[in-house]
Design a protein around this ligand. Structure first.
Ligand code: ADP
Length: 196
């Protein structure tokens, strides 16, 4: 299992779980949200472009996001595998990833979708806003992110569902419980044979 995508709405816990999966399986954790936040903090051109979208809870335009992500997965540390957290978020991003990997004879091995009911999500987001003070966790912005993400996640799930690599994991419970379910789901999938 070397190339994993983790899907989940905000508050589904995908970031936390992605970090654990990366450690357990010795693959790199790549979060587009973290990359954009780091760029914004560093004040790079990319960061300045992304900031406005992030503050409004909108998606950063596909081309900007796709270029950044494809560059990242081409770095040497990603050769041994990666878990993508926050990407792809649109059908266009999923297609771009597929094309880029296919050029190297590779593909995504498994896509795990962490499912959590709306009321649990809203509760977790409110708590995170208090704890971490992320400005985009403010209720109005979080609501917009949820709305935007719902559409995207359905497109992305359909894309991978059609390719037979989608696995749904119940995200209700403690971090350890969800991690155990996720780990089991990943163990059930056999790594795809590399053609390159
Ligand atoms: P969350 O999943 O909690 O919304 P992320 O940290 O994944 O948070 O993303 C934060 C913000 O970064 C998003 O609201 C969006 O503006 C931007 N972003 C992250 N990933 C993508 C992506 N794949 N496509 C477009 N924008 C993205």
């Amino acid at each position: 299992m070397t190339r994993v995508v983790i899907l989940g709405l905000i508050g589904a816990g995908k970031g936390t779980q992605a970090v654990r999966v990366a450690e357990e399986r010795d693959i790199v954790h790549i979060s587009t949200g973290d990359m954009f936040r780091a760029a914004a903090t560093a004040g790079t051109e990319l960061g300045l472009r992304a900031r406005g979208y992030m503050e409004r809870g909108e998606l950063v335009p596909d081309q900007v996001t796709i270029d950044m992500l494809l560059e990242r997965i081409s770095e040497p540390d990603a050769e041994g595998g990666f878990i993508l957290d926050g990407f792809p978020r649109t059908g266009g991003q999923a297609e771009a990833l597929e094309r880029a990997l296919a050029e190297r004879g590779l593909g995504v091995d498994v896509v795990t979708r962490i499912e959590v009911p709306q009321e649990v999500l809203l509760d977790r987001i409110a708590k995170r806003a208090d704890l971490e003070g992320r400005t985009d966790d403010r209720p109005e912005v979080a609501a917009e992110r949820l709305r935007v993400q719902r559409t995207g996640i359905e497109d992305v799930a359909r894309f991978y569902g059609a390719r037979g690599v989608l696995v749904v994991v119940d995200g209700v419970g403690s971090v350890d419980e969800v991690a155990a379910r996720l780990s089991e789901a990943l163990d059930r999938v056999s790594p795809r044979v590399e053609t390159a």
